[in-house]
Each structure stands twice: as structure tokens, then as C-alpha cells.
Design a protein around this ligand. Sequence first.
Ligand code: DGY
Length: 432
Amino acid sequence: MKSQSLEKPFSDVELDQRAIAILRENEWGGYTLPTRGLYPFQWNWDSMFVALGFSEFDLERAWTEVETLFQGQWQNGMAAHIVFRRDDPSYFPGPSIWVSGQNPSTSGCSQPPVAATVVRDLYEKDPEIGLARLKEIFPRLMAWHRWFHMMRVISGGAAIAVTHPWESGRDNSPDWDRALSNVDPSGIADYTRKDTGHVDPSMRPTNEEYDRYLKLVEYGRETGWDHARITREGPFAVADPGVTFILMRADRDLLELAKVLGAQDSAHEITTWLYHAEEAADYLWSERLGAYAARDLRTDDSATGVSSVAFLSYYAGISIPRRDARLQATLRRILEVSKYSIPSFDPEHSRFDSKRYWRGPVWVIINYIVARGLAEYGFEREANRIRLDTREIIRGSGFYEYFDPICGSGAGGGHFAWTAAIWLAWASPMTD
Ligand code: DGY
């Protein structure tokens, strides 16, 4: 599939209508596929951004999206990164590779926990519709957050680890290169990739990366998905600013929801999680980069370049004056060299690749959460720039999975649900 621009320019009203049509065409009963073909199941954070999109025109349906995601929640609290429910030969690795032992079948790791933040947004849109549904979902959110704080933190630490690049949602970011190179892929079972049959391989992770992704799945499966053990001694554990800051924000939103429900014990528990927030930020701060950066928990090495999630600290409620000036300077530098913000990896770094998945392209979901945090801290100019770039890129290329930050062309899957959702919830002029 070639990257594309829209053949004829659509008006903003037409784009609003197309975005709604994309959400509807990807609906599969009570849940939504990221896009047909490439991703034929329910993905965790995709679904939550999709709920935000639905909430613009069908709030009941938005709540249903959240509820169906939690049908795949494990007894130990984890909300899985994929809820399969059925097999589909067009995707690899499917349920028979993960062997999660769950019903419905799921993958064995999690994904960035945006759900509590989205649930708060849905509830606040209409508390009358939302209250009963909030009461049902709240304990599930608590259990999931507890799982992260217990299962993805190495003793003595506070930043949240990912134990598979897929858990970060940023699969092939250069943030994982070094740690992944320490994963020995020898002995993995033969397999055939399916993703490169749907999308131009130059836009996807490499085979070398895939071998290691599969090795990590095999390892997890062999432990019987013992999450504590995987984090403690598995082949890959990297503290991720993306998941750490997204969870921190979600903890704060969950705390507000606990207050709505008068759930004092939960509020107290969440406060203990947040008590370690600055400590987690300290661990992730890289003085050398002037930004927050991923850090390998096995070797203590920090990432060598700046990823867009570095700027999620504001979204997380972290603002440390002695660092913010440097972080802002880093952001300004990256915005200056990017025609379209925000590249997922520093365009001035040797590992930047404008088209390959998480090694450079713009992802509108990240734009939305980074800009939301910046606006909340008064960085209106930067937040506005990111929002208008998002609008322009979608106007020019349509609803792609991700976009080239240099020329703005669309890449990866087309008719992409989260891009349509972000248009409806934030980027369309309708939301001005
Ligand atoms: C994929 O299959 O590419 C997904 O990103 C894994 O979650």
C-alpha cells in the first residue's frame, strides 16, 4: 500500500462526516477495530481514543467501547493490549501464539492506560448518563492501575516498566533499540508476518525486531504469564516515560472519580501511588538530552534520543521549574525543525526515519495528549501549533494511522479509527 494524500480536498464538514463513517465502518458489535485488515481485533488504547471520538456524537456507544475492553480484564487486574475473542488468519501473532488462558482470549501484556482519563471525560460530558456506568467500571480501573503499580515496578523504583515494546504502544521506537539488542532471538519458532502484507514494509518494524518481539512472547508464555517474574527477571524491562506519564495522569483522573463516588479507601490508595510521581520523573530525566527518556532497568542506560512522549510530563501533572526551561527548549528545537509536529523521534538524531512506524512519524493521539498537557500548563502557543498541525495533516492526507512529519503524507493503515476519533474530539474546527 502506498502512502497517500487525499485525491481531492474535502471540506471540514465532509471530514467530520468521513470521520464518523470511519468509526462506524470499523465497529464490530460493541467494540471497534483500529482498521480492518491490519488490526482485526480490539486494541486497548486504540479503543479508548475511539471512545472519545464516539462521545462527540453517541455517548452511550462511547461507554460501551470502554465496557467491552474490560471484558478482557484478567483476574490479576491487567487489561490486555489486545482482546481477540476469535482467531483471524489475517493477523499474526494471534491467540494461539499468546496462549493467555483467558476467556475471551487476549494477548499477555498491557498497553498505555488512557482509560481512566477517557472515563472521566465521558462522565463529565453527562454525569446523569455516566454515573451508573462509572460505578460499574471504577473497580475495574482500580484493579488495572493497581496491577501496573505492583507488577510493572521493580522494587525500590517508581517509574513504570514495559516488558515488551508492544506494551508501550510505541513498538519500534529507538527507545527500545539497545535493550532489544540484548534479547537473543535464537530458537524462536518459524513464523510468517502478516502486517507487511497489508502495509508497505518500509513503514513497519524490521524482521530483526519482529524476531525479538516473538522471543519475548515465547518467554512470557513459558512463564505462564507470570507478570511479576517477567518484570523482575525477563529479557526486557525498560522504564517508559510514555506509560509512566499516561498512568500518572490516569491516576489523577481516577482520584477525581473516586471523590465523585465517595470511595475513600480507593482515594487513599491512589494517593499512595501518586506519592511516588516526582521520584518516577526524576528517574526518567536525562540531563544530557534535556528531556525525559526511557531507561533500561537491567543496565540503567538511558535512551540516546528524544521521543515525543518526553513532553507528556505536563499531561502527567509534573512541572519541575528547574527542568521545565530545558524541556521547553528541547520542544522548541524539535518544533522548529519539523514541518508537522510532533515527530515521534528527534528529527536531528541519526536513528530518525520519517516513515517507519514509531521512529519518526507523527501520531495524532500523542499530539492530542501532549498538547492537552501543554495547554493545561499555559503553553498555549505550542499546544496550538500542535493542534493546527494535526488539523492540516489530516486535511491534506486523510485518516491514516500515522504521518510523515516532513511531507505530511499518510502512512501505515488507512481509514484509521483513532485518527478519525482525534479529528472529531479535538482537531476538527467543529471543536473550536
Ligand atoms: C502490531 O501488531 O503491530 C501491534 O502494534 C502490536 O500491538
